[in-house]
Design a protein around this ligand. Structure first.
Ligand SMILES: Nc1ncnc2c1ncn2[C@@H]1O[C@H](COP(=O)(O)OP(=O)(O)OP(=O)(O)O)[C@@H](O)[C@H]1O
Length: 292
């Protein structure tokens, strides 16, 4: 990818700290009345990895994302973020710690420009008290504004969206809107990026572009990725670790190759629209990691 701006400095962990997972979900349950949307879910996402959560419709993937990011409060269990419990924190405080997410349906301000949407991403870190505002009024605030501008420019360059920076979001193709959503999430300076169906509704070319950007975010920026995605080809190609949910429970987890050959996983997908895709992957018996 052409880039004459260096990537953001990695918040790279010292070797000893890398053993602490970016995210550790332990025995999490979430009930809606009598329905167990999540039931004893346990898995972790290693620092600097792409971890994907898959499962048939209604398996609990979105509920899991909402619980991790703090929109829902788990009935039982715990969630640790880089070793620290976030169980008592609400969604905005988890976002401030560096949990950024995109949504299944694009959640951008369609009448606003690309740049203004990206600028909104930084609000996760903005302080609002009067004292803070006064303190920030001087040099520190100017310096911070410059840093933020620099970050925005790096993101725009990195995601190759310079040509549309002043375009209203509503005028963009679906694939570009998804890329702007990714840009806004990056502006939050995330330590973990949670992507809810990042390539849903995309054509093949847009999907490949998005897959490349996700890998670049991981590799060049050192950001951990947690992704929910139905596109099995994309999941198997770019994931380091795959977690399979069915009826709110983890039925399998492991490397993509193990998962796509797991009979329980294939059985879970029978009758779902995704089974053809999964079967194709199994028959194909190869992924990018094997080609490389
Ligand atoms: N707010 C809610 N109130 C009641 N039930 C809910 C709520 N949200 C989800 N559910 C139920 O919880 C279960 C898990 O739903 P969830 O949306 O998490 O699944 P999913 O794996 O994300 O599905 P999809 O792939 O279709 O998006 C489903 O049975 C769903 O009907």
């Amino acid at each position: 990818m052409a880039s004459n701006v260096s990537p953001l400095p990695k918040a790279g962990p010292p070797a000893s700290a890398a053993a602490v997972p970016a995210l550790a979900v332990q025995d999490v349950a979430l009930y809606f009345g009598g329905l167990r949307a999540l039931d004893g879910v346990t898995f972790s996402a290693a620092q600097g990895s792409v971890t994907s959560v898959i499962g048939p419709n209604g398996a609990g993937k979105t509920s899991l994302f909402n619980t991790i990011s703090g929109f829902y409060k788990a009935n039982t269990g715990s969630i640790r973020f880089f070793g620290d419990s976030v169980d008592r924190l609400h969604a905005p405080d988890r976002a401030k710690l560096g949990m950024a997410r995109t949504f299944q349906n694009i959640a951008l301000f369609r009448g606003m420009t690309v740049l203004d949407n990206i600028k909104l991403g930084r609000h996760a870190h903005m302080e609002t008290s009067l004292l803070d505002a006064l303190w920030y009024f001087g040099r520190a605030r100017r310096e911070e504004m410059e840093l933020r501008r620099e970050i925005e420019e790096r993101i725009i360059d990195f995601l190759e969206i310079d040509h549309i920076r002043n375009a209203p979001v509503a005028a963009l193709s679906y694939g570009l809107q998804k890329r702007v959503e990714l840009a806004r999430a990056l502006a939050m300076k995330p330590r973990i990026l949670m992507l809810d169906e990042p390539v849903a509704g995309m054509n093949r070319e847009e999907t490949e572009d998005m897959a490349r950007f996700i890998l670049d975010v991981k590799e060049e920026w050192g950001v951990t990725i947690l992704m929910v995605e139905h596109d099995m080809g994309m999941v198997m190609d770019i994931s380091d670790h795959v977690v399979v949910l069915n009826f709110g429970q983890v039925i399998a987890q492991g490397e993509p190759r193990e998962i796509s050959n797991n009979p329980e996983v294939i059985a879970a997908y029978l009758g779902s629209g995704d089974v053809g895709d999964l079967r194709a992957r199994v028959q194909q018996g190869r992924g990018r990691r094997e080609v490389a």
